[in-house]
Ligand binder design. Structure first.
Ligand code: PXL
Length: 270
């Protein structure tokens, strides 16, 4: 059985983070490890405001050692890394492992909307992490940050951003939700690997039940790469899974909703 490690945060509301990663890996028949970097909570008495509680570096290091040195992994997925120090520790690990297996870097900078969780960390992610990515999966906000652009407001902006992100040293980039700045609106993602440029179609669904979509998408990409699919196939298959899941999105409460995990897994042939 192939083994995959997620280095990411815990989402107490269950839709994103390691919760999304591990259940995605399991359905792909992969053995999942997790190195927890942060615990994220949501306040029911304060409009679902996020609380962010980083884990100390020694504990993160010990978790990475357990999986990587203690057993061995075939792929790594990065999710939320909440401080520059944590980013640099994870980067040191990735440098030592460089090129041995696929790495998906989900450059998580926001939880919701475009209010940065950790604005001062965008540059740390840009300079220290993206270069290790087999595929990096920024949303529009994160892609603009990585590309050093103010905003992505059109398909052409997204192509420019993808070109700039490739210069950071990753092997491919999938910018999610580029279709939302196109006419007519879709949920299309943009894939670029330096040679092939591909707009991966998605239908536009008018809903805010989108919590955890980015994490789940990146987890599918990582699982597909781990199973041996090409970069392009891994992204296309991940998008198919998200599309299937979003057909049956649902609310968790008045603030948040997410995709139907079971539906997106059925797509895998269960
Ligand atoms: O969706 C971004 C995200 C990533 N990781 C964790 C989160 C969230 C958003 O809530 O909690 C742990």
């Amino acid at each position: 059985m192939k083994k995959i490690l997620t280095i990411a945060g815990s989402d107490s509301s269950g839709g994103a983070g390691i919760q999304a990663d591990l259940r995605t890996f399991a359905k792909h028949d992969l053995y999942g490890f997790c190195a927890l970097t942060v615990i994220v909570t949501m306040d029911p008495d304060n409009k679902w405001a996020h609380g962010v509680y980083p884990i100390d570096i020694a504990t993160i290091d010990a978790q990475m050692a357990t999986a990587i040195d203690g057993v061995g992994v075939d792929a790594i997925k990065l999710g939320m890394l909440p401080t520059p120090e944590i980013i640099s520790h994870v980067a040191t690990r990735l440098e030592a492992l460089k090129g041995q297996f696929p790495v998906v870097v989900d450059p998580v900078m926001v939880c919701k909307g475009d209010k940065p969780l950790f604005p001062e960390h965008a540059s740390a992610i840009k300079e220290n992490l993206v270069k290790y990515a087999t595929v990096t999966t920024p949303n529009l906000f994160e892609a603009a940050q990585l590309a050093g652009m103010e905003k992505i407001e059109s398909y052409d902006d997204a192509v420019l951003a993808a070109e700039k992100i490739m210069k950071l040293g990753c092997k491919a980039v999938a910018i999610t939700n580029v279709g939302s700045v196109m006419e007519p609106k879709t949920s299309a993602d943009l894939y670029f690997d330096g040679e092939e440029l591909l707009l991966i179609e998605g239908i536009h669904i008018e809903t805010n039940h989108t919590h955890g979509l980015g994490c789940t998408f990146a987890a599918h990409v990582a699982a597909n790469l781990c199973k041996g699919y090409s970069k392009r196939e891994s992204v296309v298959l991940a998008k198919d899974a998200i599309k299937a899941g979003m057909k049956h999105h649902f609310p968790l409460n008045e603030y948040v909703g997410t995709l139907d995990f079971a539906e997106s897994f059925k797509h895998l042939g269960d």
